[in-house]
Design a protein around this ligand. Structure first.
Ligand SMILES: Cc1cc2nc3c(=O)[nH]c(=O)nc-3n(C[C@H](O)[C@H](O)[C@H](O)COP(=O)(O)OP(=O)(O)OC[C@H]3O[C@@H](n4cnc5c(N)ncnc54)[C@H](O)[C@@H]3O)c2cc1C
Length: 285
């Protein structure tokens, strides 16, 4: 599933009582699982990895999301791959690599997105897991720039990386435009992504992986916020899953504290009664 047309084609199959197998437990797979469940379908998600959303989401948050999906009767089959789709002109079941057969009325495949680089290849540009660009988003041809999901950019330190999220595409598009007009600005990603599943939202800002310590804050409405800290308790990233109000507020506050280099300390971060706003505001004043 990639486009609005794909979504429109899938929609008629999401009828009450339909048995839907979703192949791939990434963000798109879980959003599809939530939408199908809300429409009354019985949903099974098959994921090759040991947990859903392996690539994008820290383990603790993905566990929280999985429990929430299970509370809505979404079933997960983890650590298994699909070996065959069987049917008689229409798919009737999915066979897994351990021989398990999952009967179904439709299958949604949400795996295997890859950058569309045919045009860049035809133009002779360097390709490296996407259209290769330098820190200024310039391709191997200095008169051609690239931005968004399809481009793999040089980091200030570390290997080339490619991001697949809306904020990155917007920021890179703007920067590439400025650089094409003569500016000379390096791209420094400020990661932020969201995903809406059922009536909940998930957001991740900054760097959620590679932290020295993760501090949990459980809000009164059940929202979970996790602050990802380095060894000096500096905030590297924040992730959250729950109500749109608490997640948006908590993640925004985490971003402000991060940008301003404020270290509230693990006790304050963990306490849902502790108001972090004065700390961030005091730093501005
Ligand atoms: C189902 C789904 C759900 C998503 N949900 C989220 C979300 O909740 N949050 C989030 O942050 N991100 C989400 N994303 C990712 C987000 O949509 C992308 O990161 C973003 O759209 C990337 O923008 P882009 O301009 O780089 O690429 P695209 O939006 O893919 O646009 C590229 C366009 O270029 C066209 N194109 C390709 N090759 C050529 C060519 N040779 N000539 C002309 N046109 C061409 C394509 O047809 C396409 O229209 C989701 C993606 C999908 C598929």
């Amino acid at each position: 599933m990639r486009s609005a047309d794909d979504a429109a084609r899938i929609f008629p199959y999401l009828r009450p009582g339909a048995e839907i197998v979703i192949v791939g437990g990434g963000l798109i797979g879980l959003e599809a699982a939530a939408s199908a469940t809300v429409r009354g379908c019985k949903v099974t998600v098959v994921e090759a990895g040991p947990r859903p959303m392996m690539r994008a989401v820290p383990a603790e948050l993905s566990h929280e999301v999985r429990l929430f999906h299970e509370s809505k009767d979404v079933r997960f089959v983890l650590g298994r791959q699909v070996s065959e789709l069987e049917g008689d002109g229409r798919v009737r079941c999915v066979r897994l690599d351990d021989g398990t057969v999952l009967p179904c009325t439709a299958v949604v495949i949400s795996v295997g997105v890859s950058p569309r680089t045919a045009l860049a290849e035809a133009a002779g540009l360097e390709i490296d897991n996407g259209i290769a660009v330098d820190r200024f988003l310039r391709t191997s041809d200095p008169f051609i720039y690239a931005a968004g999901d399809a481009c793999a950019f040089e980091q200030v330190s570390g290997p080339r990386m490619r991001l697949e999220c809306w904020k990155n595409a917007e920021d890179q598009g703007t920067l590439a435009g400025r650089n094409m007009l003569g500016s000379d600005e390096a791209y420094v990603p400020l990661p932020w992504m969201w995903s809406d599943q059922f009536d909940r939202t998930m957001q991740i800002a900054g760097q959620a992986g590679g932290s020295a310590e993760d501090v949990r804050r459980r809000c009164p409405d059940g929202t979970l916020l996790i602050y990802h800290l380095d060894k000096d308790q500096m905030i590297l990233g924040i992730s959250g899953f729950g109500s749109i109000r608490e997640v948006s507020r908590g993640v925004r506050m985490g971003q402000l504290l991060m940008e301003r280099g404020i270290r509230p300390g693990r006790k304050a971060l963990a306490d849902p009664e502790f108001d972090l706003r004065p700390l961030a505001k005091a730093a501005v004043a």
